[in-house]
Ligand binder design. Structure first.
Ligand SMILES: Nc1ncnc2c1ncn2[C@@H]1O[C@H](COP(=O)(O)OP(=O)(O)OP(=O)(O)O)[C@@H](O)[C@H]1O
Length: 206
C-alpha cells in the first residue's frame, strides 16, 4: 500500500502537531516515525489509518496503483498501539476466534496457531484482563503481523516487553513483514525501528 500526503496538517485547539507535510510512503517501504514524548508520532500514525482526519491537505491511499478510499484502505491496514483495546472479558482463545470472524489470519493460521506464536499457550483460556501487560502486547503484535493487511502500523511496539520480548519482537517483525509497508512510532529506534531505512520526524513539520 502506498500513502501520499500533500500539504497535510493536523491541529488540535491551540496546537499545530504538523503542517505542510508532503510525503510519499512507497508500497513495501519501512518507516520509523521518530520523536520525543508528545512530538506527534501517534497523531501522525492515527491519520494514516483513519482514526484521525487531517485538518488540512490530503492523504491518498493506493493499492497496486489503484487509489482506494479510506474505508477500503482501513480493511487493508492492521495496527498495534497502546490505545488499541483488546476485549478484556474474553479469554485469549475466545478473542482470537472473534477476531478471526472479522479478518482472516495469513497463511491460513488459526486461533490456536496465533496463541503459540504469541507464546501464550499457558494463558490461552485466561481472560485477557488477567494477562500481564507484556502478554497483551505480544497478542496485539501477533494480531497485526499475522493479519493479511498490506500496511502494518506499530506504535511503540516494544512497550511493556522485557529484553527477551524485544528479541522475540525483532524476530517476529523480520520474519513476518515480508513485502508489506511498515510504519513504526518509536522512542527506541534501535529496538523498534531496526528494519526501517526511512525516517520521519513529525517535529520537522511544525
Ligand atoms: N485528541 C487530542 N486532543 C487534543 N490534543 C491532543 C490529542 N491527541 C494528542 N494531542 C496532543 O498532540 C500532541 C502530540 O501527541 P501524540 O500523542 O501524537 O505524541 P507522541 O509523539 O505519540 O507522544 P508519546 O511518545 O508520548 O506517545 C501532544 O501535545 C498531545 O497532548
Amino acid at each position: 500500500m502506498k500513502l501520499e500526503y500533500r500539504k497535510a496538517g493536523r491541529r488540535f485547539p491551540g496546537q499545530i502537531v504538523f503542517q505542510n507535510l508532503d510525503l510519499e510512503i512507497e508500497a513495501g517501504s519501512h518507516w520509523a516515525i521518530l520523536g520525543a514524548n508528545g512530538s506527534g508520532k501517534s497523531t501522525f500514525l492515527k491519520t494514516a489509518f483513519g482514526a484521525l482526519s487531517l485538518s488540512e491537505g490530503s492523504l491518498q491511499h493506493s493499492i497496486d496503483g489503484q487509489t482506494v478510499d479510506m474505508q477500503s484502505a482501513a480493511l487493508n491496514i492492521a495496527y498495534a498501539a497502546p490505545y488499541f483495546e483488546l476485549i478484556e472479558e474474553l479469554t485469549v482463545l475466545e478473542f482470537l476466534k472473534t477476531a478471526q470472524g472479522f479478518r482472516t489470519f495469513k497463511n491460513q493460521l488459526g486461533p490456536q496457531d496465533i496463541v503459540q506464536k504469541a507464546m501464550l499457550e499457558e494463558a490461552a483460556k485466561r481472560k485477557i484482563r488477567f494477562l500481564s501487560s507484556g502478554m497483551k502486547q505480544r497478542l496485539k503484535l501477533c494480531l497485526a503481523l499475522f493479519s493479511e493487511a498490506k500496511l502494518i502500523i506499530l506504535d511503540e511496539p516494544t512497550s511493556n516487553l522485557d529484553r527477551a520480548g524485544v528479541q522475540w519482537f525483532r524476530d517476529l517483525l523480520e520474519n513476518e513483514i515480508e513485502d508489506r509497508s511498515l510504519l513504526i512510532g518509536t522512542n527506541y529506534n534501535e529496538d523498534e525501528g531496526f528494519l526501517c531505512d526511512q525516517h520521519l520526524r513529525v517535529t520537522d513539520y511544525q
